[in-house]
Design a protein around this ligand. Sequence first.
Ligand code: ARG
Length: 555
Amino acid sequence: MLPDADTESLLVRPCPDTKFGDYQTNALMGLAKARKLNPRQLATDVIAKLDVAEWCEPVEIAGAGFLNFRLKSVAVAQTLVGAERGEHLFFERTSKPRTTVVDFSSPNIAKPMHVGHIRSTILGDCLARTMRLLGHRVITDNHIGDWGTQFGKLLVGWKQNLDRAALQADPIREMERLYKAVNAACDADPAVLEAARQELVKLQSGNEENLAIWREMIALSQRQFDEIYGRLGVKFDHTLGESFYNPRLKAVVEDLRARGVARESEGALVVFFEEIPALKDHPAIVQKSDGAANYTTTDLATLEHRLQTWQPDEIVYVTDGRQQLHFQQLFAIFRRQHPSLATRLAHVWFGSILGEDGKPFKTRSGETVKLADLLDEAEERAFKVIAEKNPELPAERQREIARIIGLGAVKYADLLPNRQSDYIFSWDKMLALQGNTAPYLQYAYTRIQSIFRKGGVTSGATTEFHLVVPEEIALAKHLLNFGLSLEAVAAEHRPNYLCNYLYELAGHFARFYEACPVLKAADAERSTRLGLCNVTARVLKQGLDTLGIEVSDQM
Ligand code: ARG
């Protein structure tokens, strides 16, 4: 009817208030406005040609030209049958896979991973899982900080002051101790600072002894990082640290100079952004006056490598909000180097974790909280609750459930808030069985499993759904929106959409279960309800898995 309309952008969304329908679109209003047509007339014309009678009640026009759709119960039931048969789970794998590189976690060598890195790790992992589930090609890359000026100080400490036994016991703690001691000594004594500078120069110019120590520091740190990734269930396709790009830095700098993107300023090579208001006062140095490259140079080399190796449609960087300026500069430089490339670059940034006092989250003694300690505490707290609730379970089983609950609670608390706002870390809130928490969702799953156990029934046996009671219909219709929530997460890089979808799902399930007896119901009713239980459990499990959270049959 309007052959020039971009049908890909015509969004149909779930109605915020189901009084008016299940889905609505305001797309026609925009189309009418652009063509100076009467929107209600256009809507009438569109409806006349719209062939949706198979799955939809007659379409209604509302307000200035909204279209409201209400699904027919038979169509909803049909979709549920498909899910029950295992043909789909309310989402479609894309027919147009995109390639996305996700750069996340990226801790620094010889420093403990702290709570700041937890957000990047958990968010990045969830985004990668979501895009993969939707059928996209995802490449995860852990851009470890394994190069930089800190190694000068670390080398001084290592050579003069290393405690081998302590290094054996807890390598990162020992390296951190060395770094702090030398750092303090540098402030007091310029000779130490000079020694650190010389060690760094030796490392950078390929001195074998220093390189060997540096490699050992990396290996020891990586081992400890891997322990945490193992606990969190996070995997990377690649771990290409900053040092990997050293041989490519010169070429990057030369390219920028040759293309006229960067120019000499006070001995350094600098990119100026006169035409970008936000960056006008923030030129980016790409080579310091002593000839050294920096974080920006390395990231430019990283970008080139990723483009050449994977030809991505999109690169996503998950870091804390304090790196916004860095990524704005990086992306602006990239656009100038490659004006015709359509690669989408996204800085997915997040706010801070705060303590209950509203200040940056610290231990009682005022230190930054180490990730490993945080995870231990989560499991410990969950264990107390589980052991009290289920004293009859063997301790080993209690531990396993506590691990699932504790880690799930921490992850969910991190994924639930709008990522750009700071959030207050509260053990009591995140571990609560009521409210928008992981344990609440995990419990909903467990409850469904126990219905199946009690009834001695297996799932997947429902061949027909007769949706009658309003709570049945509301639950069923909400199930249908699972795919929309996944797509919203992938499009906007916001896992909180999926958290809220699952929380609402658990709410619909609770109301359904309250209103509708399942095992005591008879025949068709019982079969429909068992089917609803089954697909709800499967969506909860898949949804939580996409958040990186496990479920347990018992809790
Ligand atoms: N190592 C950095 C940090 O801990 C994060 C790196 C993020 N990725 C990147 N390509 N710059 O702050």
